[in-house]
Design a protein around this ligand. Structure first.
Ligand code: SF4
Length: 311
């Protein structure tokens, strides 16, 4: 079976070996973050509906998980914001009921946790990872470029309410864009919001692959360490690219298509792709150079690293 909604397993920096379940098409989101690795938002929308059919997603999950793949987590995400899909409850409930051995995680921008129906869906996951990059309206506009009408105070209140109710693991991601959301004033506001949410972890992130805006640069290690120290006593960690054990290896006939399916979702290094394909770096690099020659894959250098993307 070829998959439209599943991708990976990929080596997730935050979750380990993760099967991605992409429940919103590219690129539907209510934000248009400057750092977004899925590129610019093309459908800026807060409409909740079945952006992808839950029964089709469930059929793919049923097929893939029936092979008992080695995974750390099944991650509901999207080439956009997954909580916009009203079928999210059905998808996660299916995994919990039919494959209870797998951990489930939700990657979300957190903006819709103010809605009771979205909080109800999020409660079904073992792990929820919302984002919070800004508190002031001015910085929220600059870093997340939201749909008109979204209000950061209401978003923070929604995340905090969910955090009070939720019994699973709640890890808050803060994405640092130097010169945009790292002023002393914004960091003080962020610290106050983080302490009111009281997540199990605060994960500081920065650009390590091409984002939506070419003007964004990654924060340096020294900058991230300073910010982490400033935000303490919040439980801050700096997340860096890490690799986990390889997935089951992909055969020669599926190597190029697996690489292309992964690159359509996010830019990757050859090392990322070697983990996803479970093939040695040399094999993966050879398949990549063929794809580059044929024009299906492009290359960009970011912060000294070579990233491949779908052309
Ligand atoms: S980073 Fe997430 S929230 Fe921001 S634009 Fe991309 S998909 Fe949307």
């Amino acid at each position: 079976m070829s998959y439209t909604y599943l991708f990976g397993p990929v080596a997730s920096r935050r979750l380990g070996l993760s099967l991605g379940v992409d429940i919103v098409p590219a690129k539907v989101c209510n934000l248009n973050c400057v750092y977004c690795e899925c590129g610019k938002t093309t459908v800026l929308s807060a409409e909740r509906k079945e952006w992808a059919p839950p029964l089709a997603i469930i059929a793919e999950l049923s097929d893939f998980l029936a092979t008992s793949p080695k995974l750390d987590v099944v991650t509901i995400t999207g080439s956009g914001e997954p909580t916009l899909n009203t079928g999210i409850d059905a998808v996660v409930s299916f995994v919990k009921q039919s494959f209870p051995g797998y951990t489930t995680a939700l990657l979300t921008n957190g903006t819709l946790l103010s809605l009771p129906e979205v909080r109800r869906a999020a409660h079904l996951f073992d792990c929820v990872l919302p984002s919070l990059d800004a508190v002031s309206d001015e910085t929220f506009s600059k870093v997340n470029r939201p749909l008109r009408g979204l209000d950061s105070a209401a978003i923070i209140a929604g995340i905090a309410q969910f955090a009070r109710e939720y019994k699973g693991r709640l890890w808050l991601e803060v994405f640092i864009v130097p010169g945009v959301n790292d002023s002393l004033n914004e960091l003080a506001l962020l610290k106050g919001a983080i302490l009111s949410i009281a997540p199990g972890r605060v994960q500081l992130n920065t650009l390590d692959r091409p984002g939506a805006s070419a003007s964004v640069r990654p924060a340096t290690t020294a900058e991230l360490l300073d910010i982490a120290n400033f935000l303490r006593p919040a439980p801050v960690e700096i997340i860096s690219r890490a690799y986990t054990a390889p997935a089951a290896s992909v055969g020669d006939s599926a190597l190029a298509s697996t690489i292309l399916a992964t690159l359509r979702r996010r830019p990757c290094t050859v090392e990322d792709l070697a983990v996803t394909t479970g093939r040695p770096i040399n094999d993966t690099a050879s398949a990549l150079s063929l794809l580059v020659k044929r024009g299906g894959v492009s290359v960009r250098i970011v912060a000294g690293d070579r990233f491949y993307g779908a052309a």
